[in-house]
Each structure stands twice: as structure tokens, then as C-alpha cells.
Write a protein that binds this ligand. Structure first.
Ligand code: NAI
Length: 306
């Protein structure tokens, strides 16, 4: 070859075809953003009903964007939505759906065994060069990939999006110790191509954002437990004193108290160097609210009533 730039044995092709596995809150958002930015997307879920729901999320979100973009022109709005949705195919067959993918992004339930079993299949069904990525929030990327062959471990990374995906600009690109540099670079380029900003980090619990946010939220709950101030005053203080867009209790309610408890308990019990770390010790207050079903915005009650 006379090429001077394509010298790497692991040169990655440009990413244009994406398969997203799991069409829930996150997966449908990822599919929407990729399709909006001219990628061909296949969205996979376990049933037609789940796919219909995912498609409904995307269409509703795109309609809101279209309304802002084309204020009174209903035809232009419909055209905008249809054009983007035309790039999204739906499937209930994960192995078929990844057969031509450049990048597979998994966004199914937060369950290690489910993810491992899924990738055991996908790593065989996807093209050998396809990048394999998980959107997990709290599971180690290396653990999800641990039973895969070495070549698949080299193309396996984390791509951690934030909720709501269409609005949140950040994607954490999680590099395991085994991942190829070319794979990481290609993923970074993909993140930029879909209009997001990448932050690359090592495969450690919580990556960057959640590793810093969870201790902050837990410390806020502990302030409340010690009766230092009301939830409202703590929220006001952090919004006006630290310039945060939401106070810690608004944020807890938005994220979901069950989710926070699940992650914190997992890290405190077993987590990858965090076991026993007092930052993640259980909180009576949090446990009580979860037990009462006060999970935050999604149940209408959390630290606040909605
Ligand atoms: P969700 O419950 O809204 O969606 C999960 C979807 O996956 C459901 O539609 C379900 O039917 C489908 N699914 C389950 N098993 C499947 C399988 N074997 N094959 C195909 N589809 C399957 O969950 P959500 O919130 O979208 O979370 C998905 C992932 O994203 C989790 O790993 C979570 O940790 C991560 N995440 C969640 C964030 C959030 O704020 N909700 C933020 C960042 C990451």
C-alpha cells in the first residue's frame, strides 16, 4: 500500500450504520439523535409493543423540535419528522439487526447477566470490525465484556449518554485497558458527528459524572438527616450559591430515588474499589422514601410532591 496514514492494522471504518439494542428511555433517544444526524439506525427491542413505545417517544420528541424549528408550517414540521424517522428501522431480532452495523450500542435493562448474554450473541453476529458499546450507568464495562474473545474485548467500550438524550450534550467514552486506541478514536469521532461532546475516561465506577454526583447527592441527603437545613433551602443554596441549574433534591427526584439507591448500594457492597467507602454508605432517609414508593418525579412524590 502507498498510504502513509492508513498504517494501523486496526484502522476503523467511518461509522454510518448504528444498531441500538433496547428502545426504552435511553435507547430511543440515542436512535433519535443518530438518525437526526444522518446515520442509518436499527432499533431493537424484545417485542413489537416495546418498539412501538420507543418509536412513539422518538416521534413525540422530534415533533417538539419541529414545532420550534418551523413555527407555523405544519407541512414542514411533518416532513422534518418523517425524514428523520425514515432512517430508523425497527427489529425484534438482535442478531439480524447487527449483521451490517458499524457500531452497536446496548441500552437494555441494567442487569449484568442480561448484558453479558446479549453481547455473547452480538459479538458473533456483528461484522468483525463493528464497535461494541454499552450505555450502562453503573456496571463495569470490562465486566460486561469479560467472557468475550480477545478481539471483541479490543472493540468493546462504554458510550454513556445522559437523560434526556436529545437535550444533554455529554457522552462519556469509556476506555477499558483492553480497548484499541483506534476504536476509542472512532467512537470519539462518532460522538462529535451526532452533535455531542465526548469526555474520555477509564473504566472506573461512575465514570466521571456519576462518580462526582452520587457523593454530592448522598451528602445532601445526610445534611437533611442531620436537620442542618430543609430540602428547599439546600436546593436554593446550591442553585444560587454554586450556580447549579438544579438543587440536589430536585436532581435526586429527577434521576429517581430507586436508581440512586440501586447504584449506591451496589458500589458500597461490592464495587470495584468502593466497597465500604463511607461516601456510599446507606442512608436511612433514602431507604425510607424508596420503601414508601416515593421514587421522585416518576411516581409524583419524592423529596417533593409533584
Ligand atoms: P428502560 O427501562 O427505559 O429501557 C430498557 C429497554 O430495554 C426496554 O424497552 C426493554 O424492553 C428493553 N430490553 C430489555 N432487555 C432486552 C433485551 N435482551 N434485548 C432488547 N431489548 C431489551 O431503561 P433506560 O432508562 O433506557 O436504561 C437503559 C440503560 O441505559 C441501562 O443500562 C441504564 O443503566 C442506562 N442509562 C440510563 C440512564 C437514565 O437516566 N435512565 C442514563 C444513562 C444510562
Amino acid at each position: 500500500s502507498f498510504s502513509t496514514t492508513a498504517s494501523s492494522a486496526h484502522q476503523q471504518p467511518t461509522i454510518s450504520r448504528i444498531t441500538v439494542i433496547g428502545g426504552g428511555q435511553m435507547g430511543s433517544g440515542i436512535a433519535q439523535v443518530a438518525a437526526t444526524n444522518k446515520h442509518e439506525v436499527t432499533l431493537v427491542d424484545v417485542s413489537q409493543a416495546a418498539l412501538d413505545r420507543g418509536q412513539g417517544y422518538m416521534a413525540a420528541s422530534l415533533k417538539r423540535v419541529a414545532k420550534k424549528k418551523y413555527a407555523t408550517d405544519e407541512q414542514a414540521q411533518a416532513q422534518f419528522v418523517d425524514e428523520i424517522m425514515s432512517r430508523v428501522s425497527l427489529s425484534t431480532k438482535p442478531t439480524d439487526a447487527v449483521s451490517r452495523a458499524d457500531l452497536v450500542i446496548e441500552a437494555v435493562v441494567e442487569n449484568l447477566k442480561v448484558k453479558q448474554e446479549l453481547f455473547a450473541q452480538l459479538s458473533k453476529a456483528a461484522p468483525a470490525m463493528a464497535i461494541l458499546a454499552s450505555n450502562t450507568s453503573s456496571l463495569p464495562i470490562g465486566k460486561i465484556a469479560e467472557h468475550l474473545d480477545d478481539a471483541s474485548k479490543r472493540r468493546f467500550i462504554g458510550l454513556h449518554f445522559f437523560n434526556p438524550v436529545p437535550q444533554m450534550k455529554l457522552v462519556e467514552v469509556v476506555r477499558t485497558s483492553e480497548a484499541d486506541e483506534a476504536v476509542v478514536e472512532s467512537a470519539v469521532a462518532f460522538v462529535k458527528a451526532i452533535g455531542k461532546s465526548p469526555a474520555v475516561c477509564k473504566d472506573t465506577p461512575g465514570f466521571i459524572v456519576n462518580r462526582l454526583l452520587l457523593p454530592y447527592m448522598m451528602e445532601a441527603i445526610r445534611l437533611l438527616e442531620r436537620d442542618v437545613a430543609s430540602a428547599q433551602d439546600i436546593d436554593t443554596a446550591m442553585k444560587l450559591g454554586a450556580g447549579y441549574p438544579m438543587g440536589p433534591f430536585e436532581l435526586c427526584d429527577y434521576v429517581g430515588l430507586d436508581t440512586i439507591k440501586f447504584v449506591v448500594d451496589g458500589w458500597h457492597a461490592s464495587g470495584e474499589g468502593l466497597a465500604g467507602n463511607p461516601l456510599f454508605a446507606p442512608s436511612k432517609k433514602l431507604d425510607e422514601l424508596v420503601k414508601q414508593g416515593r421514587l421522585g418525579v416518576k411516581t409524583g412524590k419524592g423529596f417533593y410532591d409533584y
